[in-house]
Design a protein around this ligand. Structure first.
Ligand code: PLP
Length: 367
């Protein structure tokens, strides 16, 4: 996003050292602070001692095997393909879907990785208006010829605004087309939403048979690397058609081990998810009381959009002076960022109510 010049010199968590000062930290994507969890760090250190930093070979280390097993358990899937990064996961999935679709449609604000994936498979996608099921309906009707199978691509949860894609509406539209398929980049939803943390499809109760998703371990799970869950047939198709698992080294050993430990902690402690949702709802309630138009959802990304007479750069600076770090996002400063400036606030399961109340108070004073 922006402000890449600031330095964080502690592990990420509800309190962090930014530019040498301890602050209430509301940035980034470590929604459960697992990147600094002692068991995650211990797993990364132990795996490094046992297997070295990287396998530096196409052979899988035990850390990578464990990661795949853990992800299959977490996601309740037969198979999973893990790849170097969440950014590459849409490409691997698109390549795995070779021959399964004829024409592609993408939310105009889908993540960069989705559009780069489409470019890499040499597919022009028809863009539909951001989050707009009516426009998608119109585009489908205008472009899909009889017998063609459409693929509709979107983020499940958008990274800057925390908006939820209306997946049930997209799925209903797609049901009119034999072989229609929904494609979800669920980087910010896996681990975070759905009863078992299985992401946007579980959250919305959308049938998995006509959908495919990919995710990342760099956010909720406390590690790094991308993944594509599915059945054995999808894994075989990715192995056949994608050069990503072959050509890009897997996440390093400590990161694979950290990711596996993070997934296990999340699977064994569903109360962490409940705490995150409660914190997200509390933050939304509090900030709504200041006049911001926020949906009541469990999504831990809260976006305060600029409004006339409010200079969010100044609000951002005032929060920083109060020891509170949030992200200033300039207009169109990220794939889905609004046309106006905004503040992106990341809520963690580890934030206390006091911290969230302090944040609201500081925003109130700065407005
Ligand atoms: C929606 C979305 N997809 C994919 C990614 C890429 O994930 P990673 O940073 O783990 O490569 C991001 C990164 O922030 C994202 O926001």
């Amino acid at each position: 996003m922006t402000e890449r010049t600031a330095r964080i010199t502690s592990p990420v968590g509800p309190r962090a050292l930014v530019d040498g000062r301890e602050v209430d930290y509301f940035c980034g994507t470590s929604y459960f602070s697992l990147h600094s969890h002692p068991d995650v760090i211990a797993a990364a250190c132990e795996a490094t001692r046992l297997y070295g930093v990287a396998s530096a070979t196409a052979l899988q280390s035990p850390a990578h095997v464990e990661l795949e097993d853990e992800l299959c358990q977490f996601l309740g899937t037969e198979a999973v393909v893990h790849v170097a990064s969440g950014y590459l996961a849409p490409l691997a999935l698109l390549q795995g879907l070779t021959g399964r679709y004829d024409i592609a449609f993408a939310d105009s604000a889908a993540h960069y990785g989705v559009f780069d994936g489409l470019r890499a498979v040499e597919r022009e996608a028809i863009a539909f208006r951001h989050l707009d099921a009516d426009d998608l309906k119109h585009q489908l009707r205008s472009h899909v010829r009889p017998g063609q199978r459409p693929l509709v691509l979107t983020d499940g949860v958008f990274p800057s605004t925390g908006a939820l894609a209306p997946l049930p509406q997209y799925a209903t539209l797609l049901a009119e087309y034999a072989g229609g398929l929904l494609f979800v980049d669920d980087a910010h939803a896996f681990g975070v939403i759905g009863e078992t943390g299985n992401g946007s499809l579980e959250y919305h109760g959308v049938e998995r048979a006509a959908a495919a998703a990919c995710g990342t371990l760099s956010k909720a799970f406390g590690g790094g690397g991308g993944f594509v869950p599915g059945d054995r047939a999808l894994r075989a198709a990715i192995e056949k058609h994608s050069r990503v698992p072959l050509g890009a080294s897997a996440p390093s050993v400590p990161i694979a081990a950290a990711s596996a430990a993070g997934a296990r902690i999340l699977r064994e402690h569903p109360e962490m998810r409940a705490q995150l949702w409660a914190n997200a709802r509390f933050a939304r309630e509090e900030l709504r009381s200041l006049g911001f138009d926020l949906e009541m959802s469990p999504i831990p990304i809260v976006s305060l959009a600029g409004r006339p007479g409010v200079d969010l750069r100044r609000v951002h600076a005032a929060l920083a002076a109060d020891g509170i770090a949030v992200l200033y996002v300039p207009p169109r400063g990220y794939s889905d960022a609004p046309d106006v400036e905004s503040l992106r606030i990341a809520i963690f399961s580890t934030h206390t109510r006091d911290q969230i109340a302090r944040l609201t108070d500081a925003v109130r004073r700065a407005l």
